[in-house]
Design a protein around this ligand. Structure first.
Ligand code: SF4
Length: 302
């Protein structure tokens, strides 16, 4: 991102009273960026082991490290681990070891769209195995945090990604996108167009000159999502990029996303019940037993 665009983006954020999150590349930025970056409170999201700018102190409390493989050591308090479903299954023991690292572990499965009904059992099984590890840590008085299993136990209402509602992405080209995935998707489509594969697309929702311009913004919100607003898989990301990709509608979820989120929800319920056998834990939280994995199957009851 040109430094002038960065400055304008920060000014825009200040005027709108937004919290700034920087997503860094996997190479070091020129030194002059450091002062501009630190001119406002921020959270830094950066590739594992990469110091964003020389001399800039990484803040272990709020920073987010992103890894595409299980790291030897986690420095930040927040780790985002990006793996495909099959990589996750193969590396389940390595992932379990991260639970005692003291970092919050966010596992992001990068090929949700490929998830099939034949993989339900494998997903349930791995979550059950991780539950045993997490339960052991809770019994030792630790409080491990793992997005797929411990988030739902703590939530009394939806806590989703909120892209386009409370988060907006400014890309290096000075345009706004609902989230970084829409920007990368557009870049891929332009690349394909250059190679005579696909027509071009413009996923942007405004720019720094014109401001934000989200068509029908209410359609991104929970109260306009008939399935999600009746759902209690509160930890679900409600990924609107996946929705757009798989259902062609930002606010209509895919079968894959709903089923995975419900398998996680049910495993969280098991973990919560097991922890409660040892002592009182989160008394306000009630995760009911349900018979379905996709709210679409029971939509007539809503
Ligand atoms: S599980 Fe499905 S219905 Fe529930 S919040 Fe997630 S996307 Fe929406």
């Amino acid at each position: 991102m040109p430094i002038e665009t960065l400055k304008k983006g920060i000014l825009f954020g200040m005027k709108q009273n937004l919290m700034i999150q920087y997503v860094f590349p996997n190479y070091e930025l020129p030194k002059e960026y450091a002062e501009v970056i630190e001119s406002i409170d921020n959270v830094k999201i950066y590739p594992m082991g990469c110091k964003p700018v020389t001399g800039m102190a990484n803040d272990g409390e709020t920073d987010v490290e992103v890894a595409n493989a299980i790291p030897e050591k986690v420095e930040a308090k927040n780790l985002v681990l990006r793996l495909t479903f099959s990589e996750m299954l193969k590396q389940k023991d390595g992932i379990a070891k991260l639970f005692k690292s003291g970092a919050r572990v966010n596992l992001c499965i990068t090929d949700v769209e490929q998830f099939t009904d034949e993989q339900f059992e494998a997903y349930k099984q791995v979550l059950n195995e991780w539950n045993i590890v997490l339960l052991g840590l809770y019994k030792q008085g630790q409080s491990p945090q793992f997005n797929l299993l411990t988030d739902r136990m703590m939530l009394e209402k939806m806590h989703n990604c909120e892209a386009g509602v409370s988060n907006i992405t400014l890309a290096p080209n000075g345009k706004f996108y609902l989230c970084p995935a829409f920007y990368y998707d557009e870049r891929m489509q332009v690349f394909n167009q250059l190679n005579h594969h696909n027509p071009s697309s413009d996923n942007s929702v405004g720019d720094l000159e014109r401001g934000l311009d989200i068509p029908n913004p209410q359609l991104l919100q929970l109260d306009h999502a008939p399935l999600c607003r009746n759902c209690d898989a509160y930890q679900c990301r409600r990924c609107i990029w996946l929705n757009r990709k798989l259902t062609w509608d930002n606010n209509t979820p895919s079968h894959q996303q709903c089923v995975m989120a419900h398998i996680e929800r049910n495993a969280s319920r098991d973990l919560l019940n097991d922890i409660r056998k040892v002592g009182e834990f989160m008394p306000n939280i009630d995760i009911k037993e349900i018979e379905y994995l996709d709210p679409f199957d029971v939509r007539k009851e809503f």
